[in-house]
Write a protein that binds this ligand. Structure first.
Ligand code: GLU
Length: 484
């Protein structure tokens, strides 16, 4: 094992969305590729928005996707606890250190005062920021504020006139001027740390060597660099991965469809397909091959091949990948995987009465049409729904000689009814009636399914079996007779 260590540090304020899943995945891939370790840390200091249910859902989503972590929530490790709300005293100690060294100070400003300062700066066309009003309070002034019951925050004193540079592994060199950043809060008045403070303390104490996260955190990085510097901490490497855009090149949002990983699971996307698809969002392997297994992806992964430009969420590509994975599944496995979708459908009763053999034949017959597992309900509708003749099929059925073909087909319907038996029987009907293949297949398909197109006909008939097929032929014959 190398000393490389990365982390995924979600805030449990909602389900794991596509962007978060991609960040987790890139961390995982990097760790596996470098034989390093992945830590899962929960950043739950926003008490109003953080929820245990979300934490659980995030963990389940990660597990479903196939991401494993070596340390952190659920895995244990020497640097716990791994929930930030359980580490508050640690952050407070470091905030104290900064107070003592004069790099941080208590701030007693009220919301109103801060808002007033903001408005003034905005009206002057200046960047709104804290200008350091409480920096120079005397001890006596502080005493007064405390005796008034004001609970202070702790602010970090931003060094003046400095340039902070980060050589980001993905974005290259990025620099920030300290003067555009006001003294920022590191500890809130309730004693909890802010994100920019806690993240640094944790990354250092947990031995993180590479911070791989979403681009939206790039603007937080200078504040974090200041904390590293003030506490004499060694910085990790940073890699900010690009935004994910919808197909219209706007930031991915609910407008673009499902945004959380759980929704994709519910629609019946396979975890390995999702893993494959997400890995290609902003990263590309060297060759042309797009379908790669998790170990192949991890083996080929490198941050150097992660693109700076935004990744576009291409639903067609996801669908294509998923379809390829479904095609590769073993039939029994696929039959098990689609079962919950059928159990939840209007066809549950009919499905439960099928023999295992017929059930698997049904799945085999429609599998090539499945883009995702939930499509199963649509694809088996032709098997279970009552026949509704499309207008085109009515025309076909009223063609010359059709009734005779159907009757012959019904009369000598075999007792053994595998798709192969049915095929042989259809051939026999052709011979007997002298009709051309298309004049047998098409009317027969229209008669039994009511549709012009559909899955393999002998298989369909075999799934129905003799009784149901003959009933269907009867219905068709009655319709033809009525029409004449
Ligand atoms: N808790 C932050 C988030 O969910 C993580 C930021 C980071 O990775 O540093 O966005």
């Amino acid at each position: 094992m190398s000393n490389i260590k990365v982390r995924f540090a979600p805030s449990p304020t909602g389900p794991l969305h596509i962007g978060g899943a991609r960040s987790a995945l890139f961390n995982y891939l990097f760790a596996v590729n470098k034989q390093g370790q992945l830590v899962l840390r929960i950043e739950d200091t926003d008490l109003d928005r953080s929820k245990r249910e979300y934490e659980q859902e995030i963990i389940e989503s990660l597990q479903w996707l196939g991401i494993k972590w070596n340390e952190g929530l659920g895995a244990g490790g020497p640097n716990g606890p791994y929930r930030q709300t359980e580490r508050v005293s640690i952050y407070q100690e470091y905030a104290q250190t900064l107070l003592e060294s004069g790099q941080a100070y208590y701030c007693f400003c009220t919301e109103e005062e801060l808002e007033q300062e903001r408005q003034e700066l905005i009206s002057r066309g200046d960047t709104p920021r804290y200008l350091g009003k409480c920096r120079f309070l005397s001890d006596a002034e502080k005493e007064v504020k405390i005796s008034q019951g004001i609970k202070p925050t702790i602010r970090f004193q931003v060094p003046a006139n400095k340039i902070y540079i980060v050589d980001d592994v993905v974005r290259g060199r990025v620099s920030f001027e300290s003067d555009s950043i006001g003294d920022f809060i590191i500890q809130k008045s309730d004693g909890l740390p802010t994100y920019n403070f806690a993240v640094v303390i944790d990354d250092v104490l947990m031995g993180i060597t590479h911070v791989i996260r979403a681009e939206e955190h790039l603007s937080n990085t200078p504040r974090q660099l200041m904390i590293y510097e003030a506490l004499n901490f060694k910085r990790p490497a940073f890699a900010h991965i690009s935004l994910i855009l919808g197909s219209d090149r706007q930031k991915m949002s609910k407008r673009h469809g499902a945004t959380s990983l759980i929704q994709y699971r519910e629609m019946g996307y396979l975890p390995a397909a999702m893993f494959n698809f997400l890995s290609l969002m902003g990263w590309a392997p060297e060759g042309e091959e797009q379908l790669l297994s998790p170990p192949e992806i991890a083996g080929a992964f490198s941050l150097e091949r992660v693109s700076k430009s935004p990744a576009v969420f291409d639903m067609d590509k996801l669908n294509w990948i998923n379809q390829q994975y479904i095609k590769k599944l073993d039939l029994k496995e696929l039959a098990n995987m689609v079962k919950p979708f059928l159990d939840d459908s209007p066809y549950a009763g009919s499905v439960s009465r099928m023999s295992q053999e017929k059930y698997e034949l049904m799945i085999a017959t429609v599998r090539d049409h499945l883009v995702c597992l939930s499509d199963i309900t649509r694809e088996v509708a032709v098997i279970f729904d009552n026949i509704a003749y499309e207008s085109e099929t009515v025309q076909v059925l009223q063609g010359e000689g059709v009734a005779g073909v159907l009757q012959t087909f019904a009369e000598e319907f075999p007792d053994v009814e595998t798709p192969e038996d049915i095929k042989q029987h259809i051939k026999a009907v052709m011979k007997k009636t002298g009709a051309k293949p298309k004049n047998v297949f098409m009317p027969l398909r229209c008669a039994v399914s009511g549709k012009i197109h559909g899955p393999d006909l002998p298989s369909l008939i075999s799934i129905w079996g003799k009784e149901e097929t003959l009933n269907r032929i009867d219905v068709a014959l009655q319709m033809i007779n009525k029409g004449n």
